[in-house]
Ligand binder design. Structure first.
Ligand code: M6R
Length: 613
C-alpha cells in the first residue's frame, strides 16, 4: 500500500514526481503529496483524494520549481484520508521531510517519548513520528545519514522511506524494510520508487533494495549501506519490459487492457517452460528424491491468488495423488499448521509483497517446510524469501482487480502439477501428452474468448443484469472454484453483493436468499456434472432467479433448454478449462462495472498490494 517516488537531478522535480505517482496510484489513492527543494526551502503540497487534485493544486507541477523532491500516494492506515494526514510529513521545525510506505508498529511509544522531549505533532500518522525522530537525532549528531541510521534503528514494523533534510539540498536518503523500494540510476540524475513503472520513462538500470538497506545519494553518486551501516555493493539489474506495458495503450481502463493481454501473458509464462513436449522447470530445484518424500501440499495465498490455490487442489490432487490444502495466508500464519520436511508449501502472490502471504511463508520455513513461490513481480520480497520461485511472466498488472496475473498463476500450477506427476509416475504418458498439447494452444483458445463477437455478447448480458442487487455464482468441481474468482471480480469492481457456492450446496442454506430478480451465474463445463448443475439451475429459476450460464461449445444445445442467457467457451482438457471459463466472468464484471459508472481500475477502499495485516 502507498507508493513513494523520489527524484534528484537537473530537471524540474515536480512534474517527474507527479508522473511517477500516476504510475503508482494503483498502490493507494486516498491522497497524494510532494515535497520539493524550492528556493532553498522544503516546500510541501498535498491534497486529499486522487492525484488529479494535487496536480490541479500545483498546476501539473509548474507551481513548484526545484530539481530535488519526494512524492507519495496514500492508502490510509493511521488516520483518515485528509490533507493533514497526507504525506510528505515534516518534522516539527520543518528541517526533515519524509514519505513512507509501511507501518511503524511502535509509533505510539516513540511518539510519547518525543512528546516528553517537547515535540508536537499535527497528524495522526506514524510517519510524522519518523520525521521527528530523525530530526531529534539530527539535532544531536548534525549528520543527516547518521541521524537516519539511528532513527531507523528505533523503528519496529515495515517501511520504505524517502527522506530530505533542509541542510542537505543535494542529498536524498532512502531506507527499506519489508516494503518494496527500488533505486534507479540515471545520467546525472537518480531516482527511488516503490515500483519500476514510476521511473521506467527515465531509466532501466535499477537496484532492488534488500531489507535493512539504506542508500545515500546525490545526482551523480549513490552509496549503499546494509543494516549495520556497512557499505555494500548492489547488483544493478536492467528492466527488460517496455513502458507501454504500464500504460493504457488506447484502452479506457487497465483492467480491460490486461484482460486482452491474457493470451500473450499465458504464452509468455508457458512457452519457455515447455520444450519438445516436456515441462522443463529450470527455475526450481525440486529433485525426484525430495518429491517422493512429500506427503502433503499446502497452497497459501490471499484473495484471487488463494482462488488459484482452490483450483490447484483439484489439479494437483488429480495429477499427483498428493493431498493438497489451499489455505488463506491470514489464517495459516496463526493456525499452528502441521507441517515439516515432508510438506511442500506453494505460496502464490502477484505482487510478492502481500503482508499475510509473506508472514505465512516465513512461518512455513520456520516449521521446516520447503517453499515454492509463484510470483509476478521480479525481485519482490516473497520471490527473494522463498526456497524456489517460478515467475509468472504476465508483465506489470496495474488494475487493482487481477486478471492476467490470475490466469498466469494458474498456468504455473498446471506446470508444477505435470512436473511433480511426471517425477512420481502418477500420470500416464498419454494423459501427460494430452495436457501438454492443450497447454501449447491455451493462449489461442483464450484469444477465442476475447473476439469482438464474444465481447459484444458479454456487453449485451451486462446490459441485462447490471442493476441487480445480489448475485450468486454456482458450479461444481473446478467450476465451483472458478466461481469464487468470478464472484470476487463482480463484487470488488462493480460493488454488487455476490457470493459463490458449490452448486450442490445451495439447498443447504443459501437458496433461501434466492428471489425474483436475483442473478445466478451458473458455470457448467464439467461434462459428467453438467446435468447435476442444470438441476440446480432449475431450482433457482423456479424461485425467480435470472440465470446467466457459461459452458463449453459442446453443451450449446443442451444448456439452452434450461438457461436462456449463455456464453460459450472453447473446449480444452478438463483440468485446464478454468483458464477459459474465467475470461467471460472477468469481462462480464468489467462491463457491469462500466455500466454502473464505477471507478474500475481503482475500486473504493482497495489497493493493489496489501502490505498490512
Ligand atoms: O499480490 P497478491 O497476489 O498477493 O494479492 C492478493 C490479493 O490481495 C489479490 O489477489 C486481490 O484479491 C485482487 N485484487 C483481487 O482482484
Amino acid at each position: 500500500m502507498c507508493g513513494i517516488v523520489g527524484y534528484l537531478g537537473n530537471r524540474q522535480a515536480a512534474p517527474i514526481l507527479l508522473d511517477g505517482l500516476a504510475k503508482l496510484e494503483y498502490r493507494g489513492y486516498d491522497s497524494a503529496g510532494i515535497c520539493v527543494f524550492s528556493d532553498g526551502k522544503l516546500k510541501v503540497a498535498k491534497a486529499k483524494g486522487r492525484l488529479a487534485n494535487l496536480s490541479g493544486l500545483i498546476d501539473g507541477g509548474r507551481a513548484i520549481s526545484g530539481t530535488v523532491g519526494i512524492g507519495h500516494t496514500r492508502w490510509a492506515t493511521h488516520g483518515a484520508p485528509s490533507d493533514v494526514n497526507s504525506h510528505p510529513h515534516m518534522a516539527e521545525s520543518g528541517k526533515i521531510a519524509v514519505v513512507h510506505n509501511g507501518i511503524i508498529e511502535n509509533y505510539l511509544k516513540l511518539k510519547e517519548e518525543l512528546v516528553r522531549k517537547g515535540k508536537t505533532f499535527c497528524s495522526e500518522t506514524d510517519t510524522e513520528v519518523v520525521a521527528n525522530l530523525i530530526e531529534y537525532y539530527y539535532d544531536r549528531e548534525k549528520d543527516f545519514a547518521e541521524a537516519v541510521r539511528d532513527a531507523v534503528g528505533q523503528l519496529e514494523g515495515s517501511y520504505a522511506l524517502g527522506i530530505l533534510c533542509q541542510d542537505y539540498p543535494d542529498t536524498m536518503i532512502a531506507v527499506k524494510k519489508e516494503s518494496p523500494l527500488i533505486f534507479g540510476f540515471g545520467e546525472g540524475e537518480n531516482f527511488i520508487a516503490s515500483d519500476v513503472p514510476a521511473i521506467l520513462r527515465y531509466t532501466r538500470r535499477v537496484v532492488y533494495l534488500d531489507d535493512g538497506d539504506m542508500v545515500v545519494f546525490t545526482k551523480d553518486e549513490a552509496k549503499f549501506y546494509d543494516a549495520f551501516f556497512d557499505p555494500v555493493e548492489k547488483k544493478i539489474e536492467t528492466v527488460d519490459w517496455d513502458i507501454s506495458a504500464a500504460e493504457k495503450g488506447g484502452y479506457p481502463h487497465f483492467m480491460i487492457k490486461e484482460i486482452h493481454e491474457e493470451p500473450k501473458a499465458i504464452r509468455g509464462t508457458l512457452s519457455p517452460r515447455i520444450r519438445d513436449g516436456r515441462v522443463v522447470l529450470d527455475d526450481i530445484e525440486l529433485s525426484k528424491e525430495y518429491l517422493e518424500k512429500i506427503r502433503r501440499i499446502y497452497i497459501v495465498a490471499c484473495g484471487s491468488s488463494y482462488y488459484v490455490g482452490c483450483l490447484g487442489k483439484y489439479i494437483l490432487e488429480k495429477t499427483c495423488r498428493i493431498p493438497v490444502e489451499p489455505i488463506l495466508a491470514s489464517e495459516f500464519r496463526y493456525s499452528e499448521p502441521v507441517l515439516g520436511e515432508d510438506t511442500l508449501c506453494i505460496i502464490i502472490s502477484q505482487s510478492g509483497e502481500t503482508a499475510d502471504t509473506k508472514a505465512a511463508l516465513e512461518e512455513a520455513k520456520k516449521r521446516g517446510a520447503r517453499t515454492l513461490a509463484i510470483v509476478n513481480v521480479v525481485g519482490s520480497a516473497i520471490a527473494k524469501a522463498a526456497d524456489d520461485v517460478i515467475y509468472t511472466w504476465a508483465g506489470p498488472e496495474i488494475a487493482v482487480a487481477t486478471t492476467k496475473a490470475f490466469t498466469t498463476q494458474l498456468c504455473v500450477i498446471y506446470l508444477i502439477a505435470l512436473y511433480i506427476a511426471d517425477n512420481l509416475n502418477t500420470i500416464s504418458p498419454k494423459e501427460y501428452a494430452a495436457i501438454v498439447d492443450e497447454l501449447m494452444v491455451l493462449d489461442q483458445k483464450v484469444a477465442l474468448c476475447l473476439t469482438a463477437e464474444k465481447i459484444e455478447k458479454i456487453r449485451y448480458y451486462a446490459e441485462q443484469y447490471f442493476s441487480v442487487r445480489d448475485a450468486f455464482f454456482i458450479g461444481r468441481n473446478v467450476d465451483s472454484a472458478i466461481c469464487l474468482e468470478g464472484s470476487l471480480k463482480l463484487k470488488e469492481i462493480a460493488y454488487i453483493h455476490s457470493e459463490a457456492y458449490a452448486a450442490g450446496e445451495l439447498k443447504h442454506g443459501p437458496i433461501s436468499l434466492i428471489e425474483e430478480g436475483t442473478l445466478v451465474v451458473a458455470v457448467a463445463t464439467v461434462d459428467q456434472l453438467f446435468d447435476k448443475t442444470m438441476s440446480n439451475v432449475k431450482e433457482v429459476r423456479a424461485r425467480g432467479a435470472d440465470v446467466f450460464g457459461v459452458t463449453t461449445e459442446k453443451h450449446a444445445e443442451e444448456i439452452k433448454k434450461t438457461v436462456p442467457s449463455v456464453i460459450l467457451v472453447p473446449e480444452t482438457h478438463p483440468l485446464l478449462q478454468p483458464s477459459l471459463t474465467i475470461i467471460p466472468l472477468q469481462t462480464f464484471a468489467y462491463y457491469v462495472a462500466l455500466l454502473r459508472g464505477c471507478d474500475i481500475d481503482k475500486p473504493k477502499n482497495l489497493a493493489k498490494s496489501v502490505t498490512v495485516e
